[in-house]
Design a binder for this molecule. Structure first.
Ligand SMILES: C[S@@+](CC[C@H](N)C(=O)[O-])C[C@H]1O[C@@H](n2cnc3c(N)ncnc32)[C@H](O)[C@@H]1O
Ligand code: SF4
Length: 277
């Protein structure tokens, strides 16, 4: 199994990152959110620390090279700092976060991450509060630009992710000036379009991804394993199952077997557009 997976990665059929949807619960309700996350979501679809660390250990044995943690908002979970430290000891880990829950106490609990291969990828959409907050919620900009330097000061690797809907070139240029000033380099800034799934679909926002536009990366959720991290989206409270590859997530090997069967049927090569992430 490890050999087939490594070959699929080498052929460009899939990535070597395992994604974990830690929870669908969130303190925010961004207008384009692909998981329809919000503070009162009925079905939180949370993965336990044990499930996440088990999946990560099995992933390492199967030849995966990295872990991505997303949601929902990971830091809605009480044990998030410890879970991240455990994951970072298994494989290089990036955790996607809105960075709005970082009290001084929580920042202190994150201190061990500075010594590990763990990055926090913080969402920030525009260089000024009005536009950023229209997309991500009231006071979001102020909280994020306060949190980033506090993380950087503690030696934590910070990345920034910008999700683009109607930002101008000038705004994106100013956003780069802002993140450099906050201590985050250009190499640590990801910019990608809103994908028309989840709340973005209800709002008629973003681009419609074609079947091969997004690089397959095995993605584990409480609902099962999916083809890539834009797969387990939610519309009107229900998980979309069009990109489900397996209801079973552990042992990871059985989900990976089904994932490799799906990716084997997909075209590969430089003619395939995979530029959405
Ligand atoms: C779903 S969020 C989960 C992590 C965390 N709550 C956050 O907002 O960073 C992960 C990333 O996906 C982005 N995102 C949310 N909905 C999206 C959509 N419809 N298309 C593309 N990116 C989206 C967010 O802006 C964020 O950068
Ligand atoms: S994009 Fe992230 S912060 Fe915004 S509602 Fe979705 S999960 Fe929460």
């Amino acid at each position: 199994m490890r050999e087939s997976f490594e070959q699929a990665v080498a052929e460009g059929r899939c990535g070597d990152r395992l994604w974990l949807y830690a929870t669908y619960h969130c303190n925010l309700a961004c207008v384009y959110c692909l998981t329809e996350s919000h503070p009162r979501i009925a079905n939180r679809r949370t993965l336990s620390q044990e499930t996440m660390t088990r999946a990560a250990r099995e992933a390492r044995e199967l030849g995966f090279g990295a872990i991505g943690v997303t949601g929902g908002e990971l830091f809605m979970l009480r044990d998030a700092p410890e879970t991240l430290a455990l994951l970072g000891e298994i494989l290089p880990t990036v955790a996607l976060t809105n960075a709005t829950l970082f009290t001084s106490r929580l920042l202190d609990r994150l201190a061990p991450l500075a010594g590990l291969d763990v990055a926090l990828q913080v969402s920030l959409d525009a260089p000024e509060a009005a536009h950023n907050d229209a997309l991500r919620g009231p006071a979001n900009f102020a909280k994020v630009v306060d949190s980033i330097p506090r993380l950087v000061q503690r030696g934590i690797h910070v990345r920034i992710a910008t999700t683009v809907e109607d930002q101008t070139e000038d705004e994106l240029r100013k956003l780069c000036e802002l993140h450099r000033g906050l201590g985050v380099s250009d190499d640590d800034h990801v910019v990608r379009r809103v994908v028309r799934r989840g709340r973005a679909e209800l709002q008629q926002m973003g681009v419609d991804p074609g079947p091969t536009d997004i690089l397959p990366e095995l993605t584990i959720t409480a609902d099962g394993a999916f083809l890539h991290p834009f797969g387990p989206t939610v519309r009107n409270g229900r998980t979309d199952l069009d990109l489900l590859v397996s209801r079973q997530c552990v042992p990871l090997e059985s989900a990976l077997r089904r994932f490799l069967r799906v990716t084997a049927d997909q075209p590969v090569g430089t003619d395939v557009l995979r530029d959405i992430r």
